[in-house]
Design a protein around this ligand. Structure first.
Ligand code: KIV
Length: 335
């Protein structure tokens, strides 16, 4: 275990020290590698039913699907605490089934903890006893969407707020190590956070929680039409993805990409090239990250000559400059 690995005790220490906990949802290894160094915890949420699978709620998500995504995320995680959601009907039938299914998320998925919606105190206490840490989830619990009658703020009425506080205390007593508070008034979240020793992690619950969680796709702005009040979009990646894909498609159609610099040939190795140079990518890493052309330049492909794609015309030239021993990927066998 890396020394800077975030654990259940370290999250609880953060609350005692007044350091705010950062959490994001994550569903695959590529995002896990990007997010892992920057946040304390990653959640493989059953929100994957919406943002990955395109469903209108989380109810159809299966345990096997959460395990599949958790395993992928676990491969990209070195530092963050990794929580997997227990999906609808994976724990509601019996405590025994809940324990068995939570165990699968750790054994097969590589999760460090599970998240469970509602005041499932008996299950939380069994899991805690067998060494499976549980993050509770109160307020808007999307698996109860049909009972709640929609995605609505919870705990506005006094008796609702009272029940929420009682449930939070009961979960803490049952052994939950933390609590997600979703869509509750900031005053209620503040009261719960002050009352509990375990950290609260809010989403749509105001600034007084001990930490925050957001769905990564929402934060990055993949869906411009999704604009709930609680969400701050930190980028507009949906628009940028479309621009990049548009440029790619246009270059392929016009024969601009791939060019000789992206092609391989049978020609002999360039004498001037040092042996280890061949192992390196042809572009410097930071250059590789930048688009090769300015966006509007990319939209204006060079005019094809005599109706032939540029890439075909440059093949002869390419065979002189490309190294045939160059590997396709730096880690590939070269076959
Ligand atoms: O499924 C999920 O992504 C969640 C978070 C929004 C807390 O439960």
């Amino acid at each position: 275990m890396a020394s800077d690995r975030i654990t259940v005790p370290s999250l609880q220490k953060m609350k005692r020290q007044g350091r705010r906990i950062t959490m994001l949802t994550c569903y695959d290894a590529t995002f896990a590698r990007l997010l892992d160094p920057h946040v304390d915890a990653l959640l493989v949420g059953d929100s994957l039913g919406m943002v990955i699978q395109g469903g209108s709620d989380t109810l159809a998500v299966t345990l096997d699907e959460v395990i599949y995504h958790t395993r992928a995320v676990a491969r990209g995680v070195k530092h963050a605490h990794l929580v997997a959601d227990m999906p609808f009907m994976s724990y509601q039938v019996s405590v025994e089934e809940g324990v068995r299914n939570a165990g699968r998320l750790l054994k097969e998925g590589g999760a460090h903890a599970v998240k469970i919606e509602g005041a499932e105190t008996e299950l939380v206490s069994r899991l805690t006893r067998v060494g499976i840490p549980v993050l509770g989830h109160l307020g808007l619990t999307p698996q109860s969407i049909h009972t709640l009658g929609g995605y609505k703020i919870q705990g506005r009425r006094r008796e609702q707020a009272r029940k929420l506080l009682d449930d939070a205390v009961a979960l803490q007593e049952a052994g939950a190590y933390g609590l997600v508070l979703e869509a509750v008034p900031l005053e209620v979240a503040e009261q719960v956070s002050q009352r509990l020793e375990i950290p609260t992690i809010g989403i749509g619950a105001g600034p007084h929680c001990d930490g925050q969680v957001l769905v990564i796709y929402d934060l990055l702005g993949f869906d411009e039409s999704f604009q709930p009040r609680f969400l701050k979009r930190f980028d507009s990646l949906g628009v940028r993805v479309e621009q990049a894909v548009e440029s790619y498609a246009e270059e392929v159609r016009q024969g601009v990409f791939p060019g000789p610099e992206h092609s391989f040939s049978q020609a002999a190795k360039r004498p001037s090239q040092a042996p280890d140079e061949a192992k390196r990518p042809s572009r410097a890493p930071d250059e590789a990250k930048r688009p090769s052309q300015a966006p509007d330049e990319a939209k204006r492909p060079q005019a094809p000559d005599n109706g032939k794609p540029l890439s075909a015309k440059k093949t002869a030239e390419a065979s002189e400059v490309l190294d045939p021993t160059e590997k396709l990927y730096s880690s590939a066998s070269g076959d």
